[in-house]
Write a protein that binds this ligand. Sequence first.
Ligand code: KIV
Ligand code: ZN
Length: 513
Amino acid sequence: MTNRVQIFDTTLRDGEQSPGATMTLTEKLEIAQLLDEMGVDIIEAGFPIASDGDFEAVSKIAAQTQNAVICGLSRASFGDIDRCWEAVKHAKRPRIHTFIGTSPLHREFQVKLDKEAMADKIHATVTHARNLCDNVQWSPMDATRTEDDYLARVCEIAIKAGATTINIPDTVGYTAPRESADIIRMLLERVPGMDEITIATHCHNDLGMATANSLAAVEAGARQIECTINGLGERAGNTALEEVVMAMKVRHDIMPFDTGIDTTKIMQISRRVAHVSGFAVQYNKAIVGKNAFAHESGIHQDGMLKHAGTFEIMAPEDVGLTESNLVMGKHSGRAALRSKLEALGFQLGDNQLNDVFVRFKALADRKKEIYDDDLLAMMADSTTSAGHDTIKVKFLRVICGTEAPQSADLTLTIDGQDHQVTAQGDGPVDATFNAITRLFPHEAELALYQVHAVTEGTDAQATVTVRMEEGGKIVTGQASETDTVVASAKAYVNALNKLIVRREKSAPAAMTS
Ligand code: KIV
Ligand code: ZN
């Protein structure tokens, strides 16, 4: 058995299923490109039957990807599998991933099939998938709560029907490391052919054990880890890619497994996923949190000055972390901006650079000192606000202070036409949001409003996150500006633009976790 562990990234499928994490097509294409560049082996690009938008995203990712296998998800039905194949078939290396819930609860309440009928369905659907594609992954959903005998039996059926990867999902984040390993060992012992296919582990983090469970499965023989950037995913999320990859790298002495990941790309993709999904990374998150490499206490700082190894088990550069340096101000030129952005991982064409330079100058006029984090927020913003947005903020002036009423005078460009209104509210942000609703009436409810300072100081940019819900559909908008109220207006409008796109999407029944 080889020591090479394949990294299967499902940020664009399981991660995007997380309520509010919806990404646009442009954002998905960008993330897929970054995943491919960082050396991910398999990208699960989406669930093609879920909507026309998902289908288009998977097809386009399949067409653009140079190295990684492109995988699409499908339920255990011929229609789902055919649609999945239509989306992935143009990839250099396509894969169909089909699944069914095999635990007693799933059999009885979700799929409503007894053991025999389910076994037949697995045989038929995996055979169908394999007739279309020679790379087929099969998952017994809720495997960790499935009886050993039945799990072994259905894995054998799937292998005989042609599955080339068998994935063992801990769908509800219920297992623990020892059990996770035992299940893999049990299958290797009992299922003929199990040692000839790839075994995958897919863990959710409900009890905070996803990383440990994935690594334990690898110790026992799994050679594919399914994970997401920043651990994005429904409920408590999925196994975090950066955690399992860095754990195997830093503790190679006790976990001698290799991946193909260029770890210096981790920070860049982590920031992009946080931005486009609207799910900020917690400050103390392992590997990618803002504080993961910060040393505050005197003893730690003293030790670090004497030898970095005293309190640091990996170097910040290993994960692509550059210090947030003072970079430039309003006298910096285009060449300096290009070179700084290249160092931060952005390759810009001349036209893009011109657009970004205009934004940079506007920022430099408002803010004396510009740090790496300011540039990252600015870049995140320029890729979020797509040129084809239905609604744009054209003008905003607010009156606020101790004397009520606070009011907002707002002009929005909606479908190319300017519309103006003045609205009042309980504070400048409330007045601004009321003005937006007057100009673009909608039923969506505000589910989250959050403000983060990008850097220190009172002239710091604010990144505002706005999450909205309409008829079960959740979207997240973001924007960064030195003026918090303008950032709020832009974030709200960004969420509305996403909602307009999202209204065209409808999810199929019995989606997955
Ligand atoms: O968690 C899960 O069971 C899934 C399957 C579709 C693999 O996401
Ligand atoms: Zn899952």
